[in-house]
Design a protein around this ligand. Structure first.
Ligand code: HGY
Ligand code: MN
Ligand code: MN
Length: 396
């Protein structure tokens, strides 16, 4: 039997590493001091639960059983401004289910907290490396927005690394997560059983113009990087209109304007261009639109444009058998109050799906808010999700 009090207490304890901002906010980016402290605490909890603690060179933290087992978990790094449940919920629920299963002589359950799911360096970096989608050497060269490389960031955990973790010891992977969107909250649903996870593309774009004096440079002679970005962003919405669906999304979420001063015509802007959709071919068509428009805008504004590497994950379907186990469990724990639904957020499950059967279970996000300090879920919903996960994991 899972222990809801122990589970909630551990969830709050994990939040204390990097607790920040309003409400239950957390600032625990991958490889930060708070992240390493959280991983150390998680290691202790795994060991106390009778699991063997292993960490690979990227910083993915596993608590494994001796025998082959189901793997449960998620990630414990956060966005630069994150909530207390994104990732953390799946890790702590996994820990509780593993612990309870051991106490009850149930089936063995292993636990994972993947590293850098939130993409300080890449897109779901830790699980991408663990599953072979991304070479460690390629990952090492990735830099965050301040220019720090992953190679130097992960040097901070070198003395914790035990070595590679063999995926063949796991029979399947179930990730519990908050929905991070409004569907369950607005419909009164308690549980979402995920059908598929959307695909994503993410690319850094740079416009180089001419830095100049903001008082003396006539408007028609300017090569202003900010004006180019503004025109690009507006133009993109127009150009994409004919090829997207209501579920397609695109975001310019990080902008670095140089030199970022009131009296200087900005000479350079570097920004993140991210787009998501359930279909790989639409992602490709969107990329063509993005590149073509950026070229056109650069030419029209007298700038040059540079594109970084395109990082991404393709859409994936969840495994039918594991999904059915979650659906059965959902019907038992929340009769009539669960639904099958797609995931618009990305998850480590996408990468893991190339190695083993994978499924996901969602609980509601209050107000549909996530990637913000205000992110929250009621205790009742958290515990309901935990019970669904435990029930599904207990099926042999
Ligand atoms: O961005 C995402 O969907 C994930 O939360 N990293
Ligand atoms: Mn997450
Ligand atoms: Mn997230």
């Amino acid at each position: 039997m899972v222990n809801p009090e122990r589970f909630l207490a551990d969830l709050h304890k994990l939040r204390s590493f990097g607790a920040s901002g309003v409400g239950n906010g957390v600032v625990r980016p991958a490889y930060s001091e708070a992240d390493l402290a959280a991983r150390d605490w998680l290691s202790e909890q795994m060991a106390a639960a009778g699991l063997e603690v292993q960490m690979d060179a990227t910083g993915n933290l596993f608590g494994v059983t001796e025998k082959p087992s189901l793997l449960l978990g998620s990630h414990s790094d956060s966005q630069p401004e994150g909530g207390w449940l994104d990732g953390a919920l799946g890790v702590i629920a996994a820990l509780e289910v593993a612990r309870a299963s051991r106490e009850a002589d149930g089936p063995p359950v292993s636990v994972v907290s993947f590293q850098d799911e939130e993409g300080r360096f890449g897109v779901t970096t830790g699980s991408a490396v663990w599953t072979g989608h991304l070479e460690q050497t390629v990952a090492d060269a990735l830099t965050d927005h301040t220019g720090v490389s992953l190679a130097s960031a992960r040097a901070g955990l070198a003395d914790r690394v035990t070595g590679p973790v063999d995926a063949r010891r796991f029979t399947g992977f179930i990730e519990m997560h908050i929905e991070q969107g409004p569907t369950l909250d607005t419909s009164g649903g308690k549980i979402g059983v995920v059908t598929d996870i959307v695909g994503i593309r993410d690319m850094r774009v740079t416009f180089d113009g001419q830095q100049n004096h903001a008082g003396t440079t006539p408007m028609h002679l300017r090569r202003d990087a900010f004006q180019a970005l503004a025109a690009f962003s507006t133009g993109l919405s127009d150009r994409l209109r004919n090829i997207v669906t209501p579920q397609t999304v695109w975001t310019i979420g990080h902008v670095s304007l140089h030199p970022n001063a009131s009296s200087i015509v900005p000479g350079r802007v570097v920004f993140s261009m991210q787009w998501r959709d359930a279909q790989t071919d639409r992602l490709a068509r969107m990329e063509t639109v993005i590149r073509t428009l950026a070229d056109e805008i650069a030419e029209a504004h007298g700038l040059t444009v540079r594109f970084g590497p395109v990082l991404g994950l393709d859409p994936v379907e969840m495994d039918a058998t594991l999904r059915a186990r979650l659906e059965d469990a959902a019907e038992r724990e929340a009769p009539g109050a669960w639904r099958a639904m797609p995931s618009g957020a990305l998850h480590d499950a996408t990468n893991v799906a190339s190695l083993m059967p994978v499924a996901m279970v969602f609980v509601p996000s209050i107000g549909g808010i996530s990637h913000a300090f205000e992110e929250d879920t009621t205790e009742q919903d958290l515990v309901c999700g935990l019970r669904v996960l435990a029930r599904a994991a207990a099926q042999r």
